[in-house]
Design a protein around this ligand. Sequence first.
Ligand code: PGA
Length: 237
Amino acid sequence: MSIRMPLMAGNWKMHYTAAEAVALVEELKQGITRFHDREVVVAPTFTALPAVANALSGSPIRLAAQNCHWEKQGAYTGEISPPMLKDVGCHYVIIGHSERRQYFRETDQEVNLKAAALLAQGGKTLDVLAEQLGGGLSGLEAPPADRIVIAYEPIWAIGTGLTATTEQAQEAHAFIRERLVKWCNKTVANQIRILYGGSVKPDNVDALMAMPDIDGVLVGGASLKGPSFIRIVEFQE
Ligand code: PGA
Protein backbone atom coordinates (compact mmCIF):
# COMPACT_ATOMS: atom_id res chain seq x y z
CA MET A 1 0.00 0.00 0.00
CA SER A 2 1.18 3.47 -0.88
CA ILE A 3 2.55 5.77 1.82
CA ARG A 4 -0.16 8.17 0.70
CA MET A 5 -3.61 7.47 2.16
CA PRO A 6 -6.14 7.70 -0.71
CA LEU A 7 -8.39 10.76 -0.43
CA MET A 8 -11.82 10.59 -2.05
CA ALA A 9 -13.49 14.01 -2.14
CA GLY A 10 -16.95 15.06 -3.30
CA ASN A 11 -17.28 18.66 -4.46
CA TRP A 12 -21.01 19.39 -4.38
CA LYS A 13 -20.54 22.80 -6.01
CA MET A 14 -23.76 24.90 -5.93
CA HIS A 15 -26.11 22.02 -5.17
CA TYR A 16 -28.38 21.13 -2.26
CA THR A 17 -30.07 22.92 0.59
CA ALA A 18 -28.96 22.07 4.11
CA ALA A 19 -31.68 19.41 4.45
CA GLU A 20 -30.79 17.80 1.11
CA ALA A 21 -27.10 17.83 2.00
CA VAL A 22 -27.78 16.16 5.34
CA ALA A 23 -29.87 13.49 3.60
CA LEU A 24 -26.95 12.71 1.29
CA VAL A 25 -24.51 12.58 4.21
CA GLU A 26 -26.77 10.11 6.01
CA GLU A 27 -26.69 7.89 2.93
CA LEU A 28 -22.90 8.09 2.81
CA LYS A 29 -22.57 7.29 6.51
CA GLN A 30 -24.71 4.20 6.00
CA GLY A 31 -23.12 3.08 2.76
CA ILE A 32 -19.38 3.63 3.15
CA THR A 33 -17.65 0.87 5.04
CA ARG A 34 -14.00 1.28 4.09
CA PHE A 35 -12.74 4.10 6.23
CA HIS A 36 -9.64 2.40 7.64
CA ASP A 37 -7.53 2.81 4.51
CA ARG A 38 -8.95 5.91 2.85
CA GLU A 39 -9.96 9.43 3.75
CA VAL A 40 -13.39 10.67 2.67
CA VAL A 41 -14.22 14.35 2.30
CA VAL A 42 -17.39 16.20 1.30
CA ALA A 43 -17.56 19.85 0.28
CA PRO A 44 -21.12 21.22 0.57
CA THR A 45 -22.13 24.83 -0.01
CA PHE A 46 -21.44 27.38 2.73
CA THR A 47 -25.07 27.44 3.85
CA ALA A 48 -25.12 23.68 4.43
CA LEU A 49 -21.82 23.51 6.36
CA PRO A 50 -23.18 23.79 9.93
CA ALA A 51 -25.93 21.21 9.35
CA VAL A 52 -23.57 18.81 7.59
CA ALA A 53 -20.92 19.28 10.31
CA ASN A 54 -23.56 18.33 12.84
CA ALA A 55 -24.64 15.28 10.83
CA LEU A 56 -21.00 14.20 10.52
CA SER A 57 -20.24 14.33 14.21
CA GLY A 58 -18.71 11.01 15.21
CA SER A 59 -18.18 9.99 11.57
CA PRO A 60 -14.73 9.83 9.94
CA ILE A 61 -16.05 11.72 6.89
CA ARG A 62 -14.37 15.12 6.82
CA LEU A 63 -15.81 18.46 5.89
CA ALA A 64 -14.41 20.88 3.31
CA ALA A 65 -15.49 24.32 2.15
CA GLN A 66 -15.38 25.27 -1.51
CA ASN A 67 -13.74 28.67 -1.17
CA CYS A 68 -12.52 31.25 1.33
CA HIS A 69 -11.19 34.78 1.62
CA TRP A 70 -7.59 35.37 2.69
CA GLU A 71 -8.27 37.89 5.45
CA LYS A 72 -9.44 36.82 8.89
CA GLN A 73 -12.15 39.49 8.98
CA GLY A 74 -12.94 42.89 7.53
CA ALA A 75 -15.13 44.85 5.13
CA TYR A 76 -15.45 42.18 2.42
CA THR A 77 -19.16 41.84 1.74
CA GLY A 78 -20.18 38.32 0.87
CA GLU A 79 -16.90 36.68 1.85
CA ILE A 80 -16.07 34.02 4.44
CA SER A 81 -12.74 33.70 6.23
CA PRO A 82 -10.57 30.71 7.17
CA PRO A 83 -11.23 31.06 10.95
CA MET A 84 -14.99 31.10 10.26
CA LEU A 85 -14.68 27.89 8.28
CA LYS A 86 -12.61 26.29 10.99
CA ASP A 87 -15.25 27.38 13.48
CA VAL A 88 -17.98 25.42 11.67
CA GLY A 89 -15.81 22.31 11.52
CA CYS A 90 -14.11 22.47 8.12
CA HIS A 91 -11.00 20.36 7.85
CA TYR A 92 -10.10 21.41 4.30
CA VAL A 93 -10.80 24.30 1.97
CA ILE A 94 -10.80 23.85 -1.80
CA ILE A 95 -9.00 26.75 -3.44
CA GLY A 96 -8.13 27.58 -7.01
CA HIS A 97 -10.89 25.60 -8.72
CA SER A 98 -11.05 26.34 -12.44
CA GLU A 99 -14.74 27.30 -12.17
CA ARG A 100 -13.76 30.10 -9.80
CA ARG A 101 -11.07 31.22 -12.18
CA GLN A 102 -13.38 31.08 -15.18
CA TYR A 103 -16.59 32.59 -13.78
CA PHE A 104 -15.23 34.81 -10.99
CA ARG A 105 -11.94 35.82 -12.55
CA GLU A 106 -9.87 34.44 -9.70
CA THR A 107 -6.17 34.82 -10.31
CA ASP A 108 -3.10 32.86 -9.25
CA GLN A 109 -2.23 35.75 -6.98
CA GLU A 110 -5.53 35.44 -5.10
CA VAL A 111 -5.16 31.67 -4.85
CA ASN A 112 -1.68 32.28 -3.50
CA LEU A 113 -3.03 34.65 -0.80
CA LYS A 114 -5.71 32.10 0.14
CA ALA A 115 -3.18 29.27 0.39
CA ALA A 116 -0.90 31.42 2.57
CA ALA A 117 -3.80 32.43 4.85
CA LEU A 118 -5.02 28.85 5.27
CA LEU A 119 -1.60 27.45 6.00
CA ALA A 120 -0.83 30.29 8.42
CA GLN A 121 -3.92 29.57 10.49
CA GLY A 122 -3.20 25.86 10.63
CA GLY A 123 -5.85 24.89 8.08
CA LYS A 124 -5.47 22.43 5.28
CA THR A 125 -5.77 23.32 1.66
CA LEU A 126 -7.00 21.34 -1.26
CA ASP A 127 -5.48 23.20 -4.16
CA VAL A 128 -6.93 22.62 -7.57
CA LEU A 129 -4.60 23.08 -10.47
CA ALA A 130 -5.75 23.59 -13.99
CA GLU A 131 -2.58 22.55 -15.72
CA GLN A 132 0.49 22.28 -13.59
CA LEU A 133 1.97 23.64 -10.42
CA GLY A 134 1.74 27.32 -11.17
CA GLY A 135 1.47 30.65 -9.40
CA GLY A 136 -0.98 29.42 -6.77
CA LEU A 137 1.84 28.07 -4.63
CA SER A 138 4.74 30.18 -5.81
CA GLY A 139 6.72 31.93 -3.13
CA LEU A 140 5.05 29.95 -0.36
CA GLU A 141 7.19 27.99 1.99
CA ALA A 142 6.44 24.30 1.57
CA PRO A 143 4.17 23.15 4.42
CA PRO A 144 4.23 19.69 6.00
CA ALA A 145 2.89 17.15 3.52
CA ASP A 146 -0.34 16.52 5.41
CA ARG A 147 -1.38 20.16 5.19
CA ILE A 148 -1.72 20.31 1.45
CA VAL A 149 -3.44 18.23 -1.19
CA ILE A 150 -3.11 18.97 -4.88
CA ALA A 151 -5.91 18.21 -7.33
CA TYR A 152 -5.12 18.03 -11.01
CA GLU A 153 -8.18 18.63 -13.17
CA PRO A 154 -7.86 19.07 -16.93
CA ILE A 155 -10.44 21.79 -17.69
CA TRP A 156 -11.84 19.94 -20.67
CA ALA A 157 -12.66 16.97 -18.46
CA ILE A 158 -14.74 18.84 -15.86
CA GLY A 159 -18.45 18.12 -16.13
CA THR A 160 -18.10 17.01 -19.73
CA GLY A 161 -18.11 13.24 -19.35
CA LEU A 162 -14.67 13.19 -20.97
CA THR A 163 -11.83 11.86 -18.86
CA ALA A 164 -8.14 11.81 -19.49
CA THR A 165 -6.90 8.31 -20.17
CA THR A 166 -5.39 6.77 -17.09
CA GLU A 167 -1.97 6.99 -18.76
CA GLN A 168 -2.41 10.71 -19.52
CA ALA A 169 -3.50 11.35 -15.96
CA GLN A 170 -0.60 9.36 -14.53
CA GLU A 171 1.85 11.26 -16.73
CA ALA A 172 0.48 14.63 -15.54
CA HIS A 173 0.58 13.51 -11.92
CA ALA A 174 4.16 12.28 -12.19
CA PHE A 175 5.09 15.61 -13.75
CA ILE A 176 3.42 17.53 -10.89
CA ARG A 177 5.26 15.38 -8.37
CA GLU A 178 8.56 16.22 -10.04
CA ARG A 179 7.71 19.90 -9.74
CA LEU A 180 6.83 19.35 -6.08
CA VAL A 181 10.31 17.94 -5.48
CA LYS A 182 11.71 21.31 -6.59
CA TRP A 183 9.23 23.16 -4.38
CA CYS A 184 9.88 21.18 -1.22
CA ASN A 185 12.07 18.09 -1.26
CA LYS A 186 11.77 14.51 -2.39
CA THR A 187 10.59 13.08 0.91
CA VAL A 188 7.80 15.63 1.31
CA ALA A 189 6.90 15.50 -2.39
CA ASN A 190 6.49 11.75 -2.12
CA GLN A 191 4.03 12.22 0.74
CA ILE A 192 1.84 14.93 -0.82
CA ARG A 193 -1.36 13.53 -2.27
CA ILE A 194 -2.26 14.41 -5.83
CA LEU A 195 -5.92 13.87 -6.70
CA TYR A 196 -7.35 13.52 -10.17
CA GLY A 197 -10.55 15.33 -11.08
CA GLY A 198 -12.74 15.65 -14.16
CA SER A 199 -15.69 13.34 -14.85
CA VAL A 200 -14.61 10.69 -12.37
CA LYS A 201 -17.31 8.03 -12.23
CA PRO A 202 -17.92 4.60 -10.72
CA ASP A 203 -16.80 3.00 -13.97
CA ASN A 204 -13.45 4.76 -14.31
CA VAL A 205 -12.35 5.18 -10.70
CA ASP A 206 -10.75 1.74 -10.33
CA ALA A 207 -8.44 2.25 -13.31
CA LEU A 208 -7.51 5.77 -12.19
CA MET A 209 -6.78 4.67 -8.64
CA ALA A 210 -4.53 1.89 -9.92
CA MET A 211 -2.03 4.48 -11.21
CA PRO A 212 0.96 4.97 -8.91
CA ASP A 213 0.77 8.77 -8.69
CA ILE A 214 -3.02 9.11 -8.47
CA ASP A 215 -3.71 9.33 -4.76
CA GLY A 216 -7.41 10.06 -4.81
CA VAL A 217 -10.12 11.83 -6.73
CA LEU A 218 -12.04 15.10 -6.62
CA VAL A 219 -15.52 14.33 -7.86
CA GLY A 220 -18.23 16.78 -8.93
CA GLY A 221 -21.31 15.39 -10.68
CA ALA A 222 -20.89 11.79 -9.59
CA SER A 223 -20.63 12.80 -5.92
CA LEU A 224 -24.17 14.18 -5.86
CA LYS A 225 -25.87 10.78 -5.58
CA GLY A 226 -25.21 8.44 -2.67
CA PRO A 227 -24.79 5.14 -4.54
CA SER A 228 -22.43 6.57 -7.13
CA PHE A 229 -20.18 8.37 -4.62
CA ILE A 230 -20.19 5.32 -2.32
CA ARG A 231 -18.99 3.15 -5.22
CA ILE A 232 -16.28 5.70 -6.01
CA VAL A 233 -15.09 5.82 -2.42
CA GLU A 234 -15.05 2.04 -2.30
CA PHE A 235 -12.90 1.75 -5.41
CA GLN A 236 -11.56 -1.73 -6.08
CA GLU A 237 -7.83 -2.24 -5.94
P1 PGA B 1 -16.89 16.68 -12.40
O1 PGA B 1 -16.27 17.89 -11.56
O2 PGA B 1 -16.57 15.41 -11.63
O3 PGA B 1 -18.36 16.97 -12.47
O4 PGA B 1 -16.23 16.69 -13.73
C1 PGA B 1 -15.03 17.77 -10.91
C2 PGA B 1 -14.67 19.08 -10.27
O5 PGA B 1 -14.81 20.13 -10.92
O6 PGA B 1 -14.22 19.14 -9.09
